[in-house]
Design a protein around this ligand. Structure first.
Ligand code: NAD
Length: 467
């Protein structure tokens, strides 16, 4: 591949890259690799389009509602394509399409308020809200459509134009979504660009971009922040998580086991806010381990397009290797594999749903984000130790507390250092609530009016009061 002056690989005209089906490990299609000059043109056209788009909130709202209908109508095309490149069961792809449409509708109804400030002085200050400008939305491969819409729906509703870059592992459904949504909008208001790195780095540091809203891993988030520093664009970073579930001693193990299992294994564990560690009281430990292992052993694993598959493959070979490494390190350090623990003997990136017991707490499967179908279960002696362990990683996305006495569970939930703490479930979000990780899990807020205002800046008009 040719390189540019900085040594970055550049795509030649018409160059394309392969997209793999994780259920087979084979290429099934291609996507275009955008050249730097093409990216440049897209960003500057987004700048031009911004002039019109920012000026009419009523037209914006109407266009976004039309886009939501179009997304729903395209579900039968979008969902199978998403499953093919991402791996998830088809029903989950349909759910992702539905949430994308729901997001467009939710944000279409939000209008920035204007507020008059009176503070006793003979002046009026009026706070209005203005969009930031062309926005770069960069998203990962685990929920390509849902995470893309979590960025472009509020950004567009607020009057910004958007350049959206999906992961090169899942570009196709996003390209299709982009054309469906863009069909309801003026030209160049939303554009999808695809390609391998350094396309994302170029987009994040582009001088024409005023806001970079990124979801992905912590190291890439840091690189994005450094890139955006060049133009001092606003950054919103939704990064990794290592959420703990703390089970209390009054928990009804058999009643919650299935819900807890799916909170960890949905989308093959490739969820930023999945349960990634379970802390169980020593007295209940073996029951918790066995109840989770029973679900892990019985769940149907298969290609996402096969009816009946509840868990698909891991999305890509590098992620599969990472999951395998995490398990092997834990087992070498003395952990017990109670279910799974190995790749499946078939083509594609399949890993058996795995429950690990007696895991030394310093193992990477506990301290880092495994992002796969593997769950370590750790015993605790007293609750303070469990809370300290739950809070003891660099992440702070979510956490949950499980028990019968809800007031007690809520008191423990209040001690978790994270953005969202759930009681007796995990990872459920409403469109209307804020979502914000702390520590290494992120910067800024997504979701609800808070996320909407993250796409706006205050503009103040200050004038003398009436005589
Ligand atoms: P990643 O960080 O490797 O990639 C994310 C996106 O950034 C991709 O589009 C990628 O092409 C792009 N990218 C890569 N290098 C870049 C650079 N230097 N500059 C700009 N963009 C660049 O993440 P991934 O492996 O695709 O996704 C998994 C990660 O995403 C996990 O850590 C997971 O926890 C996280 N995630 C977080 C949330 C959240 O809301 N907090 C949600 C989903 C996933």
């Amino acid at each position: 591949m040719p390189t540019d002056q900085s040594g970055h690989a550049t795509a030649a005209a018409g160059e394309r890259f392969a997209v793999l089906d994780p259920a087979t490990g084979e290429a099934f299609d291609e996507a275009p690799a955008q050249r730097p000059d093409e990216l440049d043109a897209v960003v500057w056209r987004a700048h031009e389009a911004w002039r019109g788009w920012r000026s009419d909130a009523v037209a914006r709202s109407k266009a976004l509602l039309t886009a939501a209908d179009a997304v729903e109508a395209a579900g039968a095309d979008l969902a199978p394509l998403l499953t093919r490149e991402q791996g998830k069961p088809l029903a989950e792809s349909y759910a992702e399409v539905a949430r994308t449409a729901a997001r467009l509708r939710y944000f279409a109804e939000l209008v920035p308020g204007t507020r008059r400030i009176t503070d006793g002085r003979p002046v009026h200050s009026e706070v209005r809200w203005r969009p930031l400008g062309p926005t770069a939305a960069i998203v990962p491969w685990n929920f390509p459509l849902q995470l893309a819409s979590a960025k472009f729906a509020p950004a567009l509703a607020a009057g910004n134009t958007v350049v959206l870059k999906p992961s090169p592992l899942t570009p196709l459904a996003t390209r299709l979504l982009g054309s469906v949504v863009a069909g309801a909008l003026p030209e160049d208001v939303l554009t999808v660009v695809t390609g391998q790195e350094p396309l994302g780095a170029r987009l994040a540091s582009h001088p024409g971009i005023r806001h970079v809203t990124f979801t992905g891993s912590v190291p890439t988030g840091r690189a994005v922040a450094e890139g955006a520093a060049a133009s001092l664009a606003r950054i919103t970073l939704e990064l990794g998580g290592n959420d703990a579930a703390v089970l209390l001693d009054d928990v009804d193990v058999e009643r919650i086991a299935e819900r807890l299992f799916w909170a960890a294994f949905r989308n093959c564990g490739q969820v930023c806010m999945a349960v990634k560690r379970v802390y169980a009281p020593a007295r209940l430990y073996s029951r918790v381990v066995e109840a989770l292992a029973q679900h892990a052993r019985s769940v149907v694993v298969g290609a996402g397009l096969d009816p009946g598959s509840r868990l698909g493959p891991v999305n890509n070979a590098a992620q599969l290797a990472r999951v395998e490494r995490c398990v092997d390190q834990a087992v070498s350090a003395g952990a017990r594999t109670v279910a799974g623990g190995h790749r499946l003997d078939r083509p594609g990136y399949f890993f058996a749903p795995t429950i690990l017991a007696d895991v030394p707490p310093a193992c990477p499967v506990v301290t880092e984000e495994q992002f796969g179908p593997v769950l370590p279960v750790l015993p605790y002696g007293n609750l303070d130790e469990a809370v300290e362990a739950a809070n003891g990683t660099g992440f702070g996305l979510g956490g949950s507390v499980w028990g019968t006495d809800l007031d007690r569970a809520e008191a423990v939930a209040g001690r978790l250092e994270c953005g969202t703490a759930w009681i007796n479930h995990h990872a459920e979000l409403s469109l209307a609530q804020p979502f914000a990780g702390i520590k290494d899990s992120g910067v800024g807020v997504a979701g609800g009016p808070w996320g909407f205002y993250g796409n706006l800046r205050p503009f103040v008009v200050h004038r003398p009061g009436a005589a």
